[in-house]
Design a protein around this ligand. Sequence first.
Ligand SMILES: [Ca+2]
Length: 292
Amino acid sequence: MIRILFTVCLGLIVMAGACQSGDSTPPTRDSTLPTVAPVESIPPATRDQQAAGEADPTPTGQLTVEVVREFDHDPDAWTQGYLIEQGRLFESTGDWEASESTLREVDPESGDVLRSVDVGQPFFSEGIAQVGDQIYMITWQDNTAFVFDRETFEVDTTFSYDGEGWGLCLDDHDGNNRLVMSDGSETLTLRDPVTFEATGTLQLVHDGSFRLNELECVDGFAYANVWTTNIIVRIDLATGEIASTIDASPLKNLMGGAGNILNGIAYNEATNTFLLTGKFWPSAFEVRFVPR
Ligand SMILES: [Ca+2]
């Protein structure tokens, strides 16, 4: 049912605007389609990665994906957040339907769901980030962030915030200890993980319009899925400039071109590779980002 509705939603996106999924009268994220600049029009590298001494494995400029490995992904998971820490893969899924908003641990080799907790209605789960031994989860329009114990999946505490929640990651680069949160706009909100209070914002420097969704923080950069596209932008968290633009279209080609969009970025520090997946995708991919 959800798949059907989602397909309908995708059709509506093309025709008139954005849509999530769920019931017959779902609230829309926005009635305006994202205006995505052609990849070629995005400025080239804005920071000398080598000179800055960054350990980030991603080169600057226009990139694509090199698939290292493909593994299973739950085709019923409408992926919202994705992260891997110390070899353990966590995923959040979100929707309004019963048992559709979950936090789960996934075997990073087989893709099997090892355990899952239902967040419960009416919450619509969105992005996740790990802070210490806890996993923070934001929600789309419920103004609520959950903090889960990583081992028990029990909720330790909750926070309230204003606005929408889309993507979340922890920036711990160069002494930072701040959450980076997207809300579907080009502005990222920086938050104190202790209080979840906003401590600042970061505006994307870019001509055009991008709607930033799922996030992954790596060495002072935030990788962001651009909603409804196969594009990931790598944002310099010091300046807001786009350092790299990754065209993940080859993965969509591998997936057979269905309308289920890319939405899931997890960086594996141990292997210097990224895990990518998408909403309802039957596969996930371990990839490197390489020049086009
Ligand atoms: Ca992520």
